[in-house]
Design a protein around this ligand. Structure first.
Ligand SMILES: Cc1ncc(COP(=O)(O)O)c(C=O)c1O
Length: 423
């Protein structure tokens, strides 16, 4: 690392709150699936900003949409109309097969908004007595970092010293549909009433946990039968990543509300949304919810370009094809330092044998070999490169992982190349 890179690290260390533990790489520029650091070293980005960069860094059509809008108008607030919001919400509603869109900014805001909508729907439509609405969540969930959202997290790091917590949630095991029905019945016995189940179709932060194929259909059946909303948090799983527009599509399920974020902003601006039908989203009246930046013209212009990109189906198809090759290659490493591989589309969680190294250590060694990936929960590494990655670069990623595993198993004594992908 040069002095310049070290200086950037020192500035962050001194003046940025230490709520992240980044790999020591300082990115200066990026294009497609590649990022370049301040020293000119190039890396294949296998995190894609937690899937916010699904369509690659600097996608020409998305950048063009943003640049065009930058020169027109960027923010009006919702106190006035703008000429970008209407086309955006119309296109997004059509993409999701729903009536309406509630535009917000970050993923956590979409989750908070979905919770508020579900509660209001419970009181105003379902007839739940005031303050008795309950929402079922799943053990191992990750829906963001606000105070209400961490109130129903099981992760001690997310919760410790941040209480008191928001009531009104009950958590049940992920993958067990009967537990959801039992919680609905149990709530009724204690005088509360379940209004919604909030669920990640694949639990991303928990380690890319894919539930059994019949789980989400069973949850759909149970929620429909009990007049309970099915809220799918597709903030990470949605918008192409899993080889479909939504992971729910892959299992033949249509939720009542989609929560979207990350890739909706094309990696350019934060754009999130709650998408649903009028009988649910229509409960919100003026003054009851909002955000100064939600639905701003710049976000709407980029969001519309993202929806147009997805409407062709090309990204979904590419993620499906490249994803099956990635899976095939990663499965080949099982028994050679890898314990298990999970995932869907171009999204894989790889469990490294903890006897070999921590996930963090593997990510550091991958970084030395020009691949950026992120560990989660100790020994799992996620691979979620931009969908625009080339088949050759995808092969390189797995080759590099295989090399790291050989090195860790003692079979490779040469030190890693200093700059495997020079400019
Ligand atoms: C499933 C899911 N929901 C919500 C969020 C929160 O999104 P944001 O970080 O934009 O608030 C995330 C972020 O990782 C997520 O993976």
């Amino acid at each position: 690392m040069t002095g310049e890179a070290a200086a950037f690290l020192a500035m962050e260390d001194e003046h940025a709150a230490h709520n992240y533990h980044p790999l020591p790489v300082v990115v200066a520029t990026a294009e497609g699936a590649w990022v370049t650091d301040v020293d000119g070293r190039r890396y294949i980005d296998c995190l894609a900003a937690y899937s916010a960069v699904n369509f690659g860094h600097g996608h020409p059509r998305l950048i063009a949409a943003a640049k065009k809008q930058l020169d027109r108008v960027t923010l009006t607030s919702r106190a006035f109309h703008n000429d970008q919001l209407g086309p955006f919400v119309t296109a997004l509603a059509a993409l999701a097969g729903k009536d309406m869109v509630l535009p917000m900014n970050t993923g956590a805001e979409a989750v908070e908004s979905g919770i508020k909508v579900a509660r209001a729907w419970g009181y105003r439509v379902k007839g739940v007595p005031e303050n008795l609405a309950k929402i079922i969540v799943l053990d191992g969930n990750f829906h963001g970092r606000t105070t209400t959202i961490i109130s129903f997290s099981n992760d001690p790091d997310a919760r410790s010293d941040f209480g008191p917590f928001t009531p009104g949630f009950v958590s049940v095991p992920y993958g067990d549909a009967a537990a959801i029905e039992a919680a609905i019945d149990e709530a009724a016995l204690t005088g509360t009433e379940v209004v919604a189940v909030l669920i990640e179709p694949i639990q991303g932060e928990a380690g890319i946990i894919v539930p059994p194929a019949d789980y989400l259909p069973a949850v759909r059946e149970i929620t429909t039968r009990h007049n309970v909303l099915f809220i799918a948090d597709e903030i990470q799983s949605g918008l192409g990543r899993t080889g479909a527009t939504f992971q729910c599509d892959n299992v033949g399920v249509v939720p009542d509300l989609y929560l979207l974020g990350k890739a909706l902003g094309g990696g350019i601006v934060p754009v999130s949304a709650v998408v649903g039908n009028r009988d649910i989203l229509g409960v919100l009246k003026p003054g009851q919810h909002g955000s100064t930046f939600g639905g701003n013209p710049l976000a709407a212009a980029v969001g519309l370009a993202v929806v147009e990109l997805l409407a062709t189906g090309e990204m979904q198809e590419r993620a499906r094809v490249l994803g099956s090759r990635l899976r095939e290659r990663l499965d080949g490493l099982i028994g050679n330092g890898v314990l298990a591989v999970r995932g869907a589309g171009l999204w894989a969680g790889v469990d490294i044998d903890p006897a070999l190294a921590t996930g963090r250590r593997v990510c550091e060694l991958l970084m030395d070999r020009g691949v950026l990936a992120k560990d989660t929960h100790g020994s799992t590494i996620r691979f979620a490169p931009p969908i625009v990655i080339t088949p050759e670069d995808l092969e390189t990623v797995v080759d590099r992982l295989a090399e790291v595993l050989v090195q860790l198993r003692g079979g490779l004594h040469r030190s890693p190349t200093q700059n495997p992908f020079p400019r």
